[in-house]
Design a protein around this ligand. Structure first.
Ligand SMILES: Cc1cc2nc3c(=O)[nH]c(=O)nc-3n(C[C@H](O)[C@H](O)[C@H](O)COP(=O)(O)O)c2cc1C
Length: 368
């Protein structure tokens, strides 16, 4: 019986074997060109590949050009996109055996934005780098924004097909896992939340109807990706707005996903409404992950202001979640898992070029 830290114990999502419980959360880099990953991604993903984490999830990648948050987002809707991503994956894999997942996304009414470091806001459809957005209903995120066009049945079919086509491309590139982006106020979350979905057809109104399109997308991706590789979903556990999407509905959604063969749920929150009131602090989303974990049997990933080694160990040790994901902490300290291993008395896989880097007191903490 192992007495080592749970954080560094192996785990499986479906048939995918992970060497520890640390996942690098998807992070948009706003550095793609026409949807194609660039040299920036080789540097960024390359260094994260050496982090010692078990899995790296590539940033939100749009299944259609108009599904990008910004004109500099990653996409997977063309052969050129696929070629560029395949090259980035090849570079990471050459030096690392980290598992590589991909987040497939459509930004819905939150598409057509500027780069965050230039202010971010929505770009009008008739301005350079802007386009007309689509959503479940013609309700903008902010009242000052250009309203999205409500998707008709043909529009829904186009998006379903695009998710399936991107999943086929992901399979061809050898990606280990797909995470469908159902969180943060983007298209699928817009269908789930009564605040953004005002439809009166089969895709709006009751919880069952609001879940219909996200579940159809899950099914389309699941059918297009090899059965022995996991398909998972990222959710917002709540809108943090009274009357919005909440944890009870999230649990129902997670159960519906589980019934359809979803291999894991990654529990984030918010992003749908400008008046959200988020109680930000360490572990602020962990209770949402715990609620999903208690109501389902599939693996759950917790995320959000997890920055400390003991904190991460406690989340998986108490069983609130099976895995933890890190975003900002990993950008700040890309070898966070090395430091966590040293602190907790575990080992990480390190490239041979870096083996001499260990401080004397932590000798033999790196796997060769
Ligand atoms: C630079 C940056 C880019 C992000 N891009 C994405 C994304 O592509 N998809 C997504 O679901 N979340 C995205 N997020 C949210 C993170 O995945 C994560 O959920 C959030 O930052 C909270 O985790 P943290 O406290 O460890 O940073 C992004 C966050 C950051 C900081």
């Amino acid at each position: 019986m192992s007495t080592g830290p749970i954080l560094f114990s192996p785990f499986r999502i479906g048939e995918l074997e992970l060497r520890n419980r640390i996942v690098i959360a998807p992070m948009c880099q706003y550095s793609a060109e026409d949807g194609c990953l660039t040299d920036w991604h080789h540097v960024h993903l390359g260094q994260l590949g050496l982090s010692g984490a078990a899995m790296l999830i590539i940033e939100a990648t749009a299944v259609l050009p108009e599904g990008r948050i910004s004109y500099a987002d990653s996409g997977l809707y063309s052969d050129a996109n696929e070629g560029a991503m395949a090259r980035a994956i090849e570079i990471v894999r050459r030096y690392s055996d980290i598992k590589i997942g991909l987040q497939l996304a459509h930004a819905g009414r939150k598409a057509s934005c500027g780069l965050p470091w230039n202010g971010g806001g929505q770009i009008a459809p008739n301005a350079a780098n802007g386009w007309q957005t689509v959503a479940p209903s013609s309700v903008p995120f902010l009242p000052t924004e250009n309203p999205p066009i409500a998707l008709d049945v043909a529009g829904l079919a186009t998006i379903r097909d695009a998710f399936a086509a991107a999943a086929h491309r992901a399979a061809r590139m050898g990606l280990d896992l797909i995470e469908v982006h159902g969180a943060h106020g983007y298209l699928l979350h817009e269908f789930l939340s009564p605040l953004s979905n005002h439809r009166d057809d089969d895709y709006g109104g009751s919880l069952e109807n609001r879940m219909r399109f996200p579940l159809e997308i899950f099914d389309a991706v699941r059918a297009a990706f090899p059965a022995d590789r996991p398909v998972t979903m990222r959710v917002s556990g709540t809108d943090w707005v009274p009357g919005g999407w909440d944890i009870e509905q999230t649990v129902a959604f997670a159960q519906a996903l589980e019934a359809r063969g979803c291999d894991a749920v990654h529990v984030s929150s918010g992003g749908l409404a400008a008046n959200q009131a988020i109680p930000i602090g360490p572990n602020y989303q962990v209770p949402l992950a715990r609620a999903v974990k208690q109501a389902t049997t599939k693996p759950v990933i917790a995320v959000g202001l997890i920055t400390e080694y003991e904190q991460a160990e406690a989340i998986v040790g108490t069983g609130d979640a099976d895995l933890i994901a890190l975003a900002r902490a990993m950008l700040y300290n890309p070898r966070w898992p090395w430091h966590a291993a040293a602190h907790l008395g575990a080992r990480v896989k390190a490239p041979p070029q870096y083996l001499r880097s260990q401080p004397r007191q932590y000798r033999d903490l790196l796997e060769r």
